[in-house]
Design a protein around this ligand. Structure first.
Ligand code: GLU
Length: 477
């Protein structure tokens, strides 16, 4: 079993392509097959090496390692041309001299009659004299592959079951090579190239998005005409936005690198993409890793209907993944993000101490949804926060400042244990004659500048060794 992903490097790795990659990878792993990669870079104007780099990096980041070296489509043009020549020689393809202006006029006439655009096969049976006349006019030619209107194309799709297409619905004879002087063969086009390459790579299962279904009908005719073995096909459902429309650039974040930048983890994104169109078997739950999914993956659990993108579910999975990370792993991922904020400043103080950073990760880890939240939630530990309105109000309330004052008077230098801190709170409360709750709330206002935030005692213990707790209490009095 050999499957392939065939991305075009005309943009960054799109979530739809990545999901196709996931299904290919899962199917290959399930059946001990090979997952191959082919870079379809034949659109010379739009293909860019940085997009190829982005695609390779995105796949690797997601854990979708391919087998062997990627095949570079543009290096195989000689083979593509040879296949076109074979079709010309056998009369299954011919040169079409229609100009762009003639074809536009033809389509406009069809549109005026409310007909779908299709090539009217006008140059299918030119005589040698007619061809010579067009060439003498200086016309260039495309190469078109004959499609019989009364052909019926059928296949059994692994997702969609029995498929049936009529040759009449394929838009007339299909261009397989771009316009070029009539003694040459112009740039070979997608449908032809894909068939030649899939056959050369001995691909047994073509797994791709359902937007390629009509192409599959055309490609099946090409397999036949070229006498090549026909693979199986699986067309996966499209990814839809909230409105039920195909997810597009207008929906904002659509490329894997965007998700990564936003703070999604590879595990959560890969997990979520698996759920986009595939239902795990009963009892498996929705949080799993790729190898776990591969152990049970099959196309009978892939839905035909489009898969709606559900941000809440992705966020939930991401928070699950972050919670499963131990503080050490979290710290490794947060260190560069913290560094970008300039933290810890100058390597000074306890905030530069790895053990201190680990404790901070332990504190904030359970409340992270995105990795980026680990920056915002760590901010008050690296930068002294302003006193917000709710904090100021708390500081003004009866007994608040006296209680804080009593605590400050008893506060030693250097680190504290939790027991020592509890004892100090008790002494301060007794001395100031307030309820413990008053001091707790006021201390939170002083330390975090707000009444919101993580566990108070841990926060205090983290801010204590550097003297920052003392500083924040003092400025609140
Ligand atoms: N380059 C095509 C695409 O990106 C490949 C489609 C296919 O898998 O055949 O859509």
């Amino acid at each position: 079993m050999r499957v392939r992903l065939a991305p075009s490097p005309t943009g960054t790795l799109h979530i739809g392509t990545a999901r196709t990659a996931v299904f290919n990878w899962l199917f290959a792993k399930r059946h001990g097959g090979q997952f191959l990669l082919r870079i379809e870079d034949t659109d010379r104007e739009r293909s860019k090496p940085e997009f190829t780099a982005n695609i390779l990096e995105g796949l690797q980041w997601l854990g979708l390692q391919w087998d062997g070296e990627p095949v570079i489509q543009s290096q195989r043009i000689a083979e593509h041309r040879a296949a076109i020549q074979q079709l010309l020689d056998s009369g299954k393809a011919y040169r079409c001299y229609a100009t762009e202006a003639e074809l536009t006029e033809m389509r406009e006439r069809q549109a005026a009659k409310n007909r779908a655009p299709r090539y009217d096969n006008r140059h299918r049976d030119l005589s040698p004299e007619q061809e010579q006349a067009f060439i003498a006019e200086g016309r260039q030619a495309t190469v078109r592959f004959r499609i019989d209107d009364d052909a019926t194309i059928t296949w059994t799709d692994l997702v969609r079951g029995a498929m049936r297409w009529s040759g009449a619905d394929l838009g007339g004879d299909m261009v397989i090579a771009r316009r070029a002087p009539a003694d040459q063969i112009g740039d070979p086009l997608y449908n032809l190239v894909v068939v030649v390459d899939d056959a050369a790579m001995a691909v047994t299962h073509v797994i791709r998005g359902e937007d390629h279904i009509a192409n599959t009908a055309k490609q099946l005719l090409l397999y036949q005409a070229l006498g090549l073995p026909v693979p199986e096909f699986a067309h996966t459902p499209l990814i839809l936005n909230k409105e039920g429309k195909k997810l597009s650039k207008r929906d904002g974040v659509t490329s894997v690198s965007d998700f990564r930048q936003q703070g999604y983890t590879a595990e959560a994104l890969a997990n979520y993409m698996t759920l986009l169109g595939w239902s795990p078997p009963e009892g498996m739950g929705e949080r799993f890793n790729l190898p776990e999914a591969a152990a049970v993956f099959d196309f009978d659990r892939v839905n035909k209907a489009g898969a709606r993108f559900d941000w809440d579910k992705l966020n939930w999975l991401n928070s699950q993944v972050l919670h499963e990370r131990g503080p050490a792993a979290l710290l490794r991922e947060l260190t560069p993000l913290w560094g970008a904020e300039g933290w810890p400043a100058d390597g000074q103080g306890s905030s530069a101490d790895p053990a201190w950073q680990l404790q901070l990760c332990e504190l904030i880890g359970p409340s992270l949804t995105l990795l980026a939240d680990g920056v915002e939630q760590a901010r008050p530990f690296f930068e002294r926060p302003e006193l917000q309105a709710d904090a100021l109000q708390q500081l003004e309330s009866p007994g608040a400042r006296p209680a804080l004052q009593a605590l400050l008077e008893r506060l030693p230098e250097g680190p504290l244990s939790a027991d020592q801190a509890q004892a100090l709170l008790g002494e301060a409360v007794t001395a100031a004659g307030v309820k413990k709750g008053v001091l707790m709330k006021t201390l939170r206002a002083a330390l975090l500048g707000s009444l919101q935030g993580p566990d108070l005692l841990t926060t205090w213990l983290l801010l204590q060794p550097s003297g920052e707790a003392r500083g924040r209490i003092a400025r609140s009095l």
